[in-house]
Design a protein around this ligand. Sequence first.
Ligand code: PMP
Length: 357
Amino acid sequence: MPVPAWVPIREELRDEEPYGAPQLDVPVQLNTNENPYGPSDETARDIAESVLKVATSLNRYPDREASELRASLAAYLGHGLTADHVWAANGSNEIMQQVLQAFGGPGRTAVSFAPTYSMYPEYARNTHTRWIAGRRRDDFGIDVDAALELIAAEQPDVVILTSPNNPTGTALDPAHTRAILEAAPGVVVVDEAYAEFRRAGTPTALELLDAFPRLLVTRTMSKAFALAGGRLGYVAADPAIIDALRIVRLPYHLSAVSQAAATAALRHEDELLAAVDALRTTRDETAAWLRDRGLDVAESDANFVLFGTFEDRHAIWQGLLDRGVLIREVGPLGWLRVSIGTPEEMDAFRQALLEVI
Ligand code: PMP
């Protein structure tokens, strides 16, 4: 439904819909790559007590620089990073918007490689950044020669790479990341929202930060740290890049409650990352099971699996939903994406899929 004619919205937004997967009340929710394992009682209590401590001073604005949280995030990331190398915001969504506010904008260009996370063009639209989507190969890897040609032709101010990529699960070949970093004239963002789920041997772009000062690596606590509801995303980069992001942030953008909750969750890294290990095992089992059924499955380093292909993917999606299992109709035509849940939830998914196909 277009925005009514009397509402004086920017014309290019009139026919747009707000972004978002359906939020349906379904027993098995495997559609938004959430972590099915919530925090333990002990972790939840620590979060609640930390929030209680700040509750008595909520009459004051929060620490604008989120210093304690940034130091904790830097310690978690390692790689010699300090609080000055890290910036935090309300989800990596907000980080990416700040990146485009600071480094994109009118007269500037951002490039990414589709199929990829469908919010990127929306950040570009909202910041008046010209958006160019290169194509990925059939195996969803990046065609590095084509990518370098596109970068040479467009001279983008921002390149967004995603590793592991959503919705395909594909990790970037580090040689390709390096080649793109060497060629790109502006900033290069590697979105590592799903980094903790990567398979052994898949490297992180954090290793390249020293060599490439225009590299930004974004992460989130929404997935591995089971904190999607807490809204905490962050980015690691050279301190001068972080200072540039601080120019466009809203004052006090990150509430004292968010800062306290995230800092507390980070104290429970061991517990929360143990659940990530379990999810990686379930992911590999799910991919193997789908392959045994004769389906195509994209290689996944994330907490979801893209599988297909179906002549009528909507019918499969609907059939699963009718059986109480919500997955995501997203990605290239014919493919579907299932987030990895608990073993019981994946059982329900398998039973439902067997009935539908
Ligand atoms: N990047 C990618 C690739 C994602 O898939 C998502 C979430 N679906 C995000 C960023 C945003 O995550 P958040 O804002 O919750 O940190």
